[in-house]
Design a protein around this ligand. Structure first.
Ligand code: NAD
Ligand code: UFG
Length: 339
């Protein structure tokens, strides 16, 4: 049986494809390459000795999906495909709702028509909004996301909850990622954002290789130990392994389940800069800048439910996240474009 992975050429997707292939699972990737390169999958094939089937196409293309479900013996779907830049989503809300919400609706319609009911969905800690209590458990109420990207994730969660309630054949995992960072330990695949990075770790990495002059620390007056924002950074390989555990669970249970995928530990922006300096061996220039609109002070997970239900826990510590991010960035200073 084949696993369909939408968005499998992207950052989290490529690491997840690698881990599934390594277990012997057959994988079909559907990706429109709007934010990725097929080179990631070529490298996954070189690392695993197994080549995932690849179709360049859009998850909103129902005819294409019907064709894929009829040509391949697909048993389950891991759905990463979507747009993820928070700031861009404010400027281009229709693109975000269309890719993220319509894309998931079309996918679910095609799955139901093909009799495929196992779905793992990439959600985000952003659905919690600005939570009152830390750490965040899955039973914390969802908040009001401050941007169309976050809103699109919450809307999809609600659609999938209704779907699972309406039809007991569905088995659905909502995985709420905290902050994925790092790269595969080989240094051959990693995060390759187009343009100036929005997220902290790729920004620090590009400063470290000299592509950008300095890191702007967005605010040092938050109510946190050093005044800078605190997040739960999780190694992307640990995150990828969470998908294997979730899919395994879906094969034995129906209904919808929600799991936080985080480590349970928060680090500040300054912690991250200093940890990266230790990994790369030289100072990272930075300057304090105003707070970024929409940012919250602190956010970290209680990952206990995933540990109890799935037997999954993040294994890789901050030093490994940084060492792997640095190996990737220093070996591929121009990302996949460097060949
Ligand atoms: P990414 O941009 O690297 O990967 C997404 C992939 O989907 C890309 O390869 C892109 O080309 C593809 N894609 C986009 N729209 C598509 C469409 N309509 N049809 C087919 N392919 C399409 O991003 P990522 O960091 O790997 O994120 C994967 C998923 O995880 C996304 O849904 C994202 O919202 C979610 N997520 C990411 C983070 C994070 O910080 N990286 C945090 C929480 C949730
Ligand atoms: N930060 C800086 N300078 C930068 C970039 C970020 O100081 O150049 C700070 C932010 O203010 C924040 C922390 O670093 O305190 C992390 O910021 P990121 O942009 O890396 O991550 P966010 O927590 O803002 O958001 C990320 C994803 C969202 C996702 C969320 C939860 O971008 O899509 O994690 O999973 F919803």
């Amino acid at each position: 049986m084949t696993l369909l992975i939408t968005g499998g050429a992207g950052y989290i997707g490529s690491h997840t494809v690698l881990e599934f292939l390594s277990t012997g699972q057959d994988v079909l990737v559907l990706d429109n390459l709007s934010n990725s390169s097929q080179e990631s999958l070529a490298r996954v094939a070189a690392l695993t000795g197994r080549t995932p089937a690849f179709v360049q196409g859009d998850v909103r293309d129902r005819a294409l999906l019907d064709q894929l479900f009829s040509r391949h013996a697909i048993s389950s779907v891991v759905h990463f495909a979507g747009l993820k830049a928070v700031g861009e989503s404010v400027r281009k809300p229709l693109q975000y709702y269309d890719n993220n919400v319509t894309g998931t609706l079309v996918l679910c319609q095609a799955m139901a028509a093909a009799g495929v009911y196992h779905l793992v969905f990439s959600s985000s800690a952003t659905v919690y909004g600005d939570p009152a209590d830390m750490p965040i458990t899955e039973s914390c109420p969802t908040g009001r996301p401050t941007n169309p990207y976050g809103q699109s994730k919450l809307m999809v969660e609600q659609v999938l909850q209704d779907l699972a309630a309406a039809d007991p054949r569905w088995s659905i995992a909502l995985l709420r990622y905290f902050n994925p960072v790092g790269a595969h330990a080989s240094g051959r695949i990693g995060e390759d954002p187009h343009g100036i990075p929005n997220n902290l770790l790729p920004y620090i990495s590009q400063v470290a290789v000299g592509r950008l002059p300095q890191v702007s620390v967005f605010g040092n007056d938050y109510p946190t130990p050093d005044g800078t924002g605190v997040r739960d950074y999780i190694h992307v390989v640990d995150l990828a392994l969470g998908h294997l555990a979730a899919l395994n669970y879906l094969q034995q249970h129906t209904g919808l389940q929600t799991w936080n995928l985080g480590t349970g530990t928060g680090y500040s922006v300054l912690d991250m800069i200093h940890a990266f300096e230790a990994a790369c061996g030289h100072p990272i220039p930075y300057a304090v800048a105003p707070r970024r609109p929409g940012d919250i002070a602190a956010c970290w997970a209680d990952p206990g439910k995933a540990a109890r239900d799935l037997g999954w826990r993040a294994q890789r510590n901050l030093a490994q996240m940084m060492a792997d991010a640095w190996r990737w960035q220093s070996g591929n200073p121009d990302g996949y474009a460097g060949g």
